[in-house]
Each structure stands twice: as C-alpha cells, then as structure tokens.
Write a protein that binds this ligand. Structure first.
Ligand SMILES: Cc1ncc(COP(=O)(O)O)c(C=O)c1O
Length: 390
C-alpha cells in the first residue's frame, strides 16, 4: 500500500510536446518562444527593487487579514478603476492560487465540487484536488465568443456543487463577463446556494471599451457570497513577490461570516511576508507604468498577427477583448499537436488548445508578451506551416 495520499498521485509523465519544447530549449538551437508568459523575462518595466528594502521589512506584525496599509493600497488601486471597496472586506494571501485553496477550505467538504469553465487555464484541477474537492466543467461556447452561458452552468451543477468559478476576462480566451451574464449567474447562484469565485487577475488588461462589461464583481450588491481574486503576479507583473488579494462580498451576514472564517484560515498560515506588504502601496503606484507598456506590447503584437493572415488563410485569430494571449483557430488536420511540433521544427514554440481544454475545433494559444521583433519572427513560419499544403 502506498504511504502517500491519492490526491497527490498526479500523473508525472511529460506529454510529447512539452518534451519536444524542453529538448529544443536544451539544444541551444534558436527558439522563438510564444509560450513565454513570464512577465519578468520579456523586457517590460519593473518597479524600483528598493521598495522592498524598507527599514521595517524585518519586523513582524502578525495580522491575519494582511496589514491595513497594504489592504488600503489594494482598495486605492480598485478605486483608481472606479470600484469602491472597504479594506475591511479585503484579505491578503501569498497568491491567487493560495486564495483558491482557502476558499475551497471555506466552502467545501471533501467530495463536494465546484464548477470550472472550459476552455480555461489548467491549474484548477490541481488546486481543487489538493483540497479534496472535485471539479465539474461548464463549457464556454464558441458561439458566445467563449462567454458564459448560464444554461451550461446550470446543467453542470449537481447536489454537491458549492461554487461556480469564473475567470474574468478568460485566460486565454480574453472574454469579459457581461452584465447580462452576471445577472443570470446571480439568479442561479441565489436559487441553488452556490457561491461565486471570480478570478480577475487579467481584469486591468482590457484592449478596448465594451458596453456592458463587468470588470470586477467587487463592490457590487450580489445575492450570493462573492469572492473576487487578483494579485501582484499579473496586476504588477511580479509573480515572484507572492502577494494576492481576495475581496469578500455578497449578502452582509454571509460576507461577515466568510471573513471571520477566512481570517482563521489565514491566521493558521500567516503566509504573506512583511516586506511585500510594506512595499505594496509603492508597487501598486508603479503598476500603471508596467500595465501601459504591456498593453502597448500586446496591441502591437496582435496587430502584426492579424496582418500576417492572408485572405485565403485557413486560420483565424479568435476575437477577444483583453489579456496576454491570442487564440488561433486552425484547420482540424493535421491537428493541434502535429501543428505545434511542425512549428517547433521551424523554431517556433506555441501551445496547443488542448492544454486549456478547448473542444469543438483545433486551436493554438500564443503569448503576446514577447518583444515585437521576437514575436514578428514567428509570423512567417506560422503562416507557412498553417498554409494549405500542395
Ligand atoms: C487566470 C489565472 N488565475 C490565477 C493565476 C495564478 O496567479 P498567482 O500567481 O497569483 O497564483 C494565473 C496564472 O497564470 C491565471 O492565469
């Protein structure tokens, strides 16, 4: 009998594509890597490192919800986006991933489940399983631009469903939640007792204006316990600093109970370090510079990508409104993996749609973060590999 728990028994074999990409990197041969999503490796502006070296950085003030000065900085950041929240309803964690873990502890008994969108970013399977929680998938139909269809959410739930997760805007689909979608979701949650977890890590990265867009669920009067998640890793491009935040909303009694319980969970770990909390006001004050540079970069790369598509092309850039990636719809044959491997042979790394659980077609996912000259170098091989053969 294994001495280890079943929930840590994850498959550890590499898929052929990940292996081929690692081999290409190790070979030292040139690689235009459009799988690069690390914001610290693509030449975008970073804040002053001196912000972390404050005189009080080595002090210790255990404060389960996070230092008030840091929570006030998050509230000020949201206020600069037109969203009014009280620092009392905010909780700091070491990352969005950690916030998810706390919320699953708060909301679920072992064996309960939460609804997760597909396509979406692939970490939920791990985050839930490690908490003894199961996932049930609701599809984001392509016909809705990969937006939320409340009938799909309703059909996915069962008697053990405790919450629905939305990623707003979607990663990698770049679709923002719409007022009508949120209203329908609110009614369903209120009727069925589900909480709402809204992952808003990419919310600041809108490419355009859209009527009816919901940038965040924080600060809204919604009929169910509502948790809005974000953090420094995307907002300021600083995943290494390990700081996330969680806004708790919804009906007052449930909100206050959730906060009291979460405070206890947070107190058990006290995982947020002092230097980053003290630096948070300065880090968030400098985030607009990073965000503006990133948006300019992403806009330029996306413009070049659209330009690289000839009129006869058998591939399309999937319409989107924000985020750090673009999704391409490609011909069904030879398929996602064969196309990725062919591109890798040409020295271009991209991700297949199945990494994100796309169905109903073949898709590629491209990071828009690389510098424009790097990104542009991928476009000729991309158009060639995707061109009809013969
Ligand atoms: C949609 C989404 N949520 C959360 C995360 C993780 O964020 P953190 O670094 O704060 O855990 C990511 C990371 O890529 C993400 O894409």
């Amino acid at each position: 009998m294994s001495p280890f728990s079943a929930r840590t028994d994850f498959p550890r074999t590499w898929n052929p594509l990940a292996r081929a990409l690692a081999e290409r990197r190790a070979s030292g041969r040139p690689l235009v890597d459009l799988t690069e999503t690390n914001p610290t490796r693509v030449g975008l502006p970073a804040p002053e490192p001196a912000l972390l070296a404050t005189p009080r950085a080595l002090g210790y003030t255990p404060e389960p919800q996070g230092l008030l000065s840091a929570r006030e900085a998050v509230a000020a950041h949201l206020a600069s986006r037109g969203v009014r929240v009280s620092p009392e309803h905010l909780l700091l964690s070491a990352s969005t991933s950690e916030s998810y873990g706390w919320l699953f502890k708060l909301l679920c008994e072992p064996g309960d489940n939460v609804l997760v969108p597909a396509p979406s970013y692939p970490l939920f399977e791990y985050l839930t399983r490690l908490e003894g929680v199961e996932t049930r998938t609701y599809r984001l139909p392509r016909a809705h631009g990969f937006g939320l269809d409340v009938d799909e959410v309703a059909a996915a739930r069962d008697a053990r469903t405790r919450a629905v997760l939305v990623v707003n805007p979607g990663n990698p689909t770049g679709h923002y939640l719409q007022e009508g979608e949120l209203e329908a979701l609110g009614a369903l949650c209120a009727q069925t007792g589900m909480a709402l977890l809204s992952d808003e890590v990419f919310s600041d990265f809108a490419w355009d204006e859209e009527p009816g867009r919901v940038a965040t669920v924080a600060g809204r009067a919604l009929p169910m316990p509502t948790f809005s998640l974000s953090g420094l890793s995307k907002v300021a491009g600083l995943p290494g600093l390990k700081l996330g935040w969680l806004h708790v909303g919804g009906p007052e009694a449930a909100r206050d109970e959730a906060l009291a319980r979460l405070e206890l969970v947070a107190d058990t770990y006290l995982s947020v370090n002092t230097p980053v909390q003290l630096a948070l006001p300065g880090l968030l004050a400098q985030a607009p510079r990073f965000q503006a540079a990133l948006l300019a970069r992403v806009g330029e790369n996306r413009r070049r990508l659209l330009q690289a598509r000839s009129r006869e092309a058998r591939w399309d850039v999937v319409p989107a409104h924000g985020g750090w990636s673009s999704v391409l719809r490609i011909p069904l044959a030879p398929g996602e993996e064969a196309t990725c491997l062919a591109l890798l042979d040409e020295g271009v790394g991209v991700q297949p749609g199945y990494f994100y659980d796309f169905t109903g077609g073949a898709f590629l996912v491209l990071s828009l973060l690389p510098p424009p000259d790097v990104f542009a170098a991928a476009l000729e091989p991309l158009a060639r590999v995707l061109a009809p053969s013969g």
